[in-house]
Structures are given as structure tokens and as C-alpha cells.
Design a protein around this ligand. Structure first.
Ligand SMILES: O=C(O)C(=O)C[C@]1(C(=O)O)C=C[C@@H](O)C=C1
Length: 357
């Protein structure tokens, strides 16, 4: 290794870092000015943030990967926004859950994330305007819908203003190394289900599987009991100082959870958006088919269709539908109009940018 060459590169990096620092602060000054212009109005602009991140990815010459530059700019915007007004975000706690990871992935480290004891409490904190936004899990690629979030969306006055897609990696964690002597495994019921084949193959059948309120709670319990292990993510492992006995033990390699961001806000179109609605159909044969036919006729793609008992009557259902596009785009507006004419109930849950990172 040539010391001379190394020094040349490090000197170049030092000079570039001064430029980056200068430019970052110039950017921050502009953001602060924008904050003044907004004058106490809505500060967080999801449509603008999605456009900034997509543009940066389009312009990226490499060698840094697109995803890496998007993550860096995510943090830059987060800190710029915090200069305008720091945001507070409700998530399903305790600290160390995937919901916390999702909140930080979407809002960056400049936002203040607040652990809530349930999805209901997280919604309530935002509905009461104690916190600004809620990040709530809505579906997992292996386990399906998160029913409580769907139920709350029917009644909440909040609008969906963003989505976060998070790859979920589960690890087997324990206070001490080695699988010997494990008597029970704690985890959230969904995570136990997502890893059940791995558990069947790798742990004796007498090891008890105990479902608890969250993966972070599982990690906490495992940190107190040397005969216990937990299935949880990296954040929980770090928070409770646990050994990783086995990594990425989820049965489905593309295990992904989708979260929604909700607040008191309508979001403008970006050109790559999603519209979520909940509808109910009259309880008669063919009603659902009649409901969906105009969506196809308007040329709108449907990316999700999920039914839930409506709680209004036995065998009454509501349907959660995601459409590609923004409600201000003519073909989506046309599909919504046709739905309103046929459905007994339609609620627009929000139009929002599709996840960028
Ligand atoms: O463009 C704005 O409205 C800004 O406030 C600036 C900025 C940014 O840093 O680029 C910051 C926060 C908003 O959520 C969107 C973008």
C-alpha cells in the first residue's frame, strides 16, 4: 500500500466533505425559509419528498446504489424538516419493534418517534393531535392483513398519506450462546407463525412457543431468563443485548410488511401513487362483481382486495381496495364515481405516493 496515494485520496475526501457540509447547510437554510413561507401550515409534504427521492435515484451516476443514495437523502430531508418543525410519530411499541423501524425508515432520524401500547392508542394520539402522524402495520406477505388497523381505518378521521414497505428478518435471540437448554421461545404470534418450519426443524418439540404482545417484549423476556429465547429483529437484539443464535429464520425469504402513514392531511399527486378505499356492497348475489366491474372498465389497476366482517350485521362485509393512481387523475376519479353509484358505502382512505425505498 502506498502511503502517498492513501494520503492523496484522504486529502481529496477531506476537501469534498467541506463542500458537502457547506451544501448541506445551504440546503437546510432553504428548507428553513420554506418553513417560514408555510407559516405554521402543514410542514411535512410527502408528495414533494417522494419526488425528491425519485429524482435523486434517476440522476444517480453511481457507484453508490440507488437505494443507498435514497437512504442518505431521506436523512438529509428529515433533518431539514426538523429545522422547520420536528415531527412526532406514533408507532406500536415498545422500543425495538418493526413498527419503530418502519417509522424511522419513512421519517428519518430527525423525527421524534413515540412508542404506544397498542395500534388503537397510536391512532388516538394522532386523532387527538397530541402527535403528528401514526405508522401502523397493515399487511404481511406471509400472514396477511392486520385486522385491527383495517378496522380502525373505517372509523378514523385520519387520511393515509404514505406507505412504508419493510423487509422483515427474524432472528433467534438469547442471552447466552448455543441452542442447548432452551425451554421456551417467546415471540409475537405472527412471527412464531412466520418461522414455524424453522422451529420444527431446529428445536426439540418440547420447547414451548409462547406468544406475547410484541417481538420487543419477547426480547425483553428472553433477556431476563437464560432458559428462554426470542424471535425478534435486529433492533430488539441490540436494545436488549442478546446473542444472535440464528439469523433470518423466516420461512418465506421475501417476508415483507407494509405499513401505512396516517395524519390529518390530503396529499397531492406525484405520478406514481396509490389510492385506498373501503366499500361495502349490498348483501345479494353478484353484488361484489358488479362493484368491481367499473374499476376494470376505467382501466385502473387494483393492487389489493381484502374483505373484513363489517361488524354491522352477521355476514356483512366491507372491502378494502387499493387502486393504482391518485384520486385527482381522471381515470381514477371515474372509477371512484362509478363505485359511489353502486356501493352502499364508500370511504376514500387517501391517495398517497407509492413507497420509494
Ligand atoms: O419542499 C418543502 O416543502 C420542504 O419543506 C423541504 C423538504 C426538503 O428537505 O426537501 C422538507 C420537508 C418536506 O416534507 C419536503 C421537502
Amino acid at each position: 500500500m502506498s502511503d502517498h496515494l492513501l494520503k492523496q485520496h484522504r486529502d481529496a475526501i477531506d476537501a469534498i466533505d467541506v463542500d458537502i457540509l457547506h451544501l448541506l447547510n445551504q440546503r437546510a437554510l432553504h428548507a428553513r425559509e420554506i418553513g417560514e413561507i408555510k407559516g405554521g401550515g402543514v410542514i411535512y409534504r410527502p408528495e414533494r419528498e417522494a419526488q425528491v427521492l425519485r429524482r435523486i435515484q434517476d440522476l444517480n451516476p453511481g457507484p453508490l446504489p440507488d437505494e443507498a443514495v435514497a437512504r442518505l437523502f431521506r436523512e438529509v430531508m428529515s433533518e431539514c424538516l426538523a429545522l422547520e418543525k420536528p415531527l412526532s410519530i406514533a408507532f406500536l411499541g415498545p422500543e425495538g419493534t418493526f413498527s419503530q423501524l418502519a417509522a424511522t425508515k419513512h421519517f428519518g432520524h430527525g423525527a421524534h418517534v413515540v412508542a404506544c401500547s397498542s395500534i388503537d392508542e397510536a391512532f388516538r394520539m394522532v386523532e387527538a393531535r397530541t402527535l403528528d402522524y401514526v405508522v401502523a402495520p397493515v399487511e404481511n406477505s406471509t400472514e396477511g392483513a392486520v385486522g385491527r388497523t383495517l378496522d380502525l381505518m373505517v372509523t378514523t378521521p385520519l387520511k393515509i398519506c404514505g406507505e412504508v414497505v419493510l423487509r422483515i428478518h427474524h432472528h433467534l435471540l438469547r442471552k447466552t450462546p448455543g441452542l442447548a437448554g432452551i425451554r421456551r421461545v417467546y415471540s409475537h404470534a405472527q412471527s412464531l407463525a412466520q418461522c414455524h418450519e424453522w422451529l420444527n426443524k431446529n428445536l426439540p418439540s418440547e420447547v414451548e412457543r409462547v406468544s406475547v404482545a410484541s417481538n420487543a417484549e419477547a426480547a425483553r423476556l428472553a433477556s431476563l431468563d437464560p432458559t428462554a429465547a426470542a424471535i425478534a429483529g435486529q433492533a430488539a437484539a441490540e436494545r436488549f443485548n442478546l446473542e444472535k443464535l440464528a439469523g433470518s429464520i423466516e420461512d418465506e425469504p421475501n417476508n415483507t410488511t407494509r405499513f401505512l402513514v396516517l395524519g390529518f392531511q390530503d396529499v397531492g399527486a406525484t405520478g406514481k401513487d396509490r389510492t385506498s378505499i373501503v366499500v361495502s356492497a349490498p348483501n345479494r348475489p353478484g353484488a361484489v362483481h358488479q362493484l368491481l366491474a367499473p374499476i376494470a372498465a376505467s382501466g385502473v389497476s387494483m393492487s389489493k382486495f381484502e374483505s373484513r366482517p363489517s361488524r354491522a350485521g352477521l355476514w356483512d362485509y366491507v372491502f378494502f381496495i387499493d387502486l393504482e393512481g391518485h384520486c385527482s387523475e381522471p381515470h381514477v376519479a371515474e372509477a371512484l364515481e362509478a363505485l359511489r353509484a353502486r356501493a352502499s358505502y364508500v370511504k376514500l382512505l387517501g391517495s398517497y405516493p407509492q413507497a420509494v425505498i
